[in-house]
Design a protein around this ligand. Structure first.
Ligand code: 5GP
Ligand code: ZN
Length: 114
């Protein structure tokens, strides 16, 4: 998608602080971090929202969740805890319409969220 911020970061057209990448995922630091560790786990392929997933994407989403767990553990937060969340559309505050899994860790995270 030519007009998508995250597609541009993935393509290297806009700089991003990339912490992990493989053939299907790119992970970079959130520009406005809400916790000591706040990264975005993003598929290379453009998918606008969770509503646009198909059964063919099940393995991709599983890889995203398992990558969140791996990164949390690599950063030393596996035991103390972390949050992994997808925002979808207006009420959840989605602002970038290329799916991304937020991984937040390093402080107590309130529940329920705002
Ligand atoms: P959403 O609100 O869609 O769930 O999350 C979008 C996230 O992208 C926000 O947490 C926001 O701080 C982050 N973000 C917005 N623009 C940029 C950018 O240019 N670079 C990076 N690394 N993160 C961004
Ligand atoms: Zn995109």
């Amino acid at each position: 998608m030519t007009d998508c911020l995250f597609c541009k970061i993935i393509a290297g057209e806009i700089p991003g602080a990339i912490v992990y990448e493989d053939d299907e995922l790119v992970v970079f630091r959130d520009i406005n971090p809400q916790a000591p560790l706040h990264v975005l786990i993003v598929p290379r392929r453009h998918i606008s929202t969770l509503n646009d997933l198909s059964p063919d994407d099940d393995a991709l989403v599983g890889s995203m969740m398992r990558r969140a767990a791996a990164l949390a553990q690599e950063h030393g937060y596996g035991d103390q805890g972390y949050r992994a969340v997808f925002n979808t559309n207006r009420d959840a505050g989605q602002t970038v319409f290329h799916i991304h899994l937020h991984l937040l860790a390093g402080r107590g995270l309130a529940w329920p969220p705002g």
